[in-house]
Design a protein around this ligand. Structure first.
Ligand SMILES: [Zn+2]
Length: 520
């Protein structure tokens, strides 16, 4: 059944413009896969015409299978006074090989005259030519009308003409964008209504949160009749951010009561939010609506008392609907169902009645108290569950390691020695590296490859460090998150220690163990 509202995620493109956000290709692939399994309808992967990293992302994404979402490449209308077939940026959009292409174009006369500096007619031609060219190449075309609302307020006839140019050329969607994020919900509703009356194609909405109304504005358009909403997970984005999908998704389902993402996905919303924060190396914002740790936490005695008597007295919904809990730390029940959901995703036959569940939950809590996070470290979590359920012994042991560094006038040499044992057999290897972790990784791989040649296919694709409890200064703990890949899929593993090398080794060992557990 077709959903009443389609969710278009642009975390990987518009969201990556946010301050402090810098996704590697590996990060983008992991987030795309997560969004796909969650059930969003479109994933905008990037702008191939703007950077080589995004071209690489689309090349890698072609090799993956997406179950639910359609992948979109983003770009702009052709350059002025250039035939569309000679425009390199447009060519790269086709080469990205995605089923969907989203292009933005100018609505506002002010921008046509002052920014683009071309005639109003040329802008209309740029829109029409580009949409038609993409349609001729078999693409599903989404037209993002930049400054749609501000442009309409300035010159409504011209704004409409630009949208009609896209529609006439065959655009599947015209998406009205509040690019500067300064409009009010009643303006959004009125202009969306006008667009719906004048256009035959479907209408979408793309908003920004500059005056704190990104979500409200998106909902205003959806209530008026738009059927497609663009935004980012956790509201990442330039300035104050984009329309936050972790608010829009539950608002559409639970407040507007319209169909959108699969119903069973709603309970995974909090986990999705945490996963994206972890991969982005961002601290989770406890005050995020719906999914924040504090979203349903009651402190005041009267509230706690009332909520205990009647949950709905101080809560707008049951927090478990979005995977949240009244108090995350002490809620055994929420912890339980989260672990069961994650374990099933990882392929374990775990239910609420599995006897080992309590032990697994206790172990996870104990490690979380030490600073571990498992949202983006599914490899480490799978090993932990596997050990508890199947009493699996680790396939190898690191008996000892040594890392040294010396520097003279000419160069710096970092060297690592690792001793491993597999059953009764032992191996010792030495490797050099750019830094201590790189040397350690090299030595460990070399030693293990003697026993497990399949590990040669595994590469470390990303490495992130976060300092925990910064208040303690030099005694602070370090959390290391590693992403590995075997070319077909990626997985994350985690290590925590006061010593960054030790934390890195834990994550490296988990990564190799997870790779072996999959193949054995
Ligand atoms: Zn935007």
């Amino acid at each position: 059944m077709k959903p009443q509202v389609e969710i278009y995620d642009t975390t990987l493109r518009d969201g990556s413009q946010g301050e402090g956000i810098n996704f590697s290709v590996a990060d983008k692939l992991r987030i795309a896969e997560k969004l796909d399994s969650f059930g969003v309808h479109y994933i905008e992967g990037g702008w191939p015409g703007s950077n080589p990293k995004d071209i690489e992302f689309f090349a890698q994404a072609k090799k993956r299978k997406f179950k639910n979402a359609k992948l979109a490449a983003f770009g702009s209308t052709r350059k002025k006074n250039t035939p569309v077939e000679q425009d390199d940026q447009v060519r790269l959009l086709i080469e990205a090989g995605t089923p969907v292409v989203t292009i933005y174009g100018k609505t506002s006369m002010l921008h046509v005259k002052e920014v683009l500096r071309c005639t109003p007619e040329e802008n209309l031609a740029m829109i029409g030519d580009t949409v038609r060219f993409l349609k001729d190449h078999g693409k599903f075309v989404i037209y993002d009308a930049e400054h749609a609302f501000d442009g309409f307020k300035l010159d409504s006839d011209y704004a409409l003409a630009t949208w009609q140019a896209a529609e006439k050329a065959g655009a599947d969607f015209v998406v009205l964008c509040d690019t500067n994020g300064g409009c009010l919900p009643n303006e959004i509703a009125a202009i969306t209504k006008t667009a719906l009356g004048k256009l035959n194609c479907k209408i979408g909405i793309h908003t920004h949160d500059d005056i704190g109304l990104g979500v409200a504005n998106a909902l205003a358009a959806l209530e008026t009749g738009a059927v497609h909403v663009q935004g980012t997970i956790n509201g990442y984005g330039e300035r104050t951010g984009n329309c936050n999908l972790t608010s829009v998704i539950p608002c559409v389902a639970l407040k507007l009561k319209k169909t959108s993402v699969p119903v069973k996905s709603l309970a995974k919303l909090k986990e999705l939010s945490g996963f994206v924060d972890e991969v982005a190396n961002m601290r989770h914002n406890p005050r995020l609506p719906w999914v924040g740790a504090a979203a349903f936490a009651h402190k005041g005695g009267a509230h706690v008392n009332a909520v205990q008597k009647l949950a709905s007295s101080y809560e707008h919904i049951d927090p478990s609907l979005v995977g949240n809990a009244r108090n995350v730390l002490i809620s055994d029940l929420a912890g339980r169902s989260n672990i069961v959901i994650k374990a099933q995703e990882l392929g374990f036959k775990l239910t609420n009645d599995t006897p080992e569940l309590k032990a697994i939950l206790n172990r996870v809590k104990e490690l979380e108290n030490q600073g571990y996070e498992f949202e983006a470290a599914e490899g480490s979590l799978a090993l932990l569950i596997g050990k508890a359920l199947k009493h699996r012994e680790p396939p190898f042991r690191v008996d000892a390691y040594h890392v040294s560094m010396r520097r003279d006038a000419k160069e710096t040499i970092v060297e690592a020695t690792v001793k491993v044992s597999v059953g009764k057999k032992r191996a010792q290897t030495v490797a050099e590296g750019d830094g201590p972790v790189n040397a350690l990784d090299g030595a460990l791989r070399l030693a293990l490859a003697k026993f497990f040649p399949q590990l040669k296919k595994v590469t470390l694709t990303d490495y992130k460090v976060r300092i925990l409890d910064t208040a303690t200064g030099t005694g602070a703990k370090t959390r290391v998150l590693i992403t590995s890949s075997d070319g077909k899929r990626d997985w994350g593993t985690v290590g925590v220690n006061e010593n960054i090398i030790e934390a890195s080794l834990q994550a490296l060992v988990d990564s190799m163990e997870f790779a072996l557990a999959k193949t054995s």
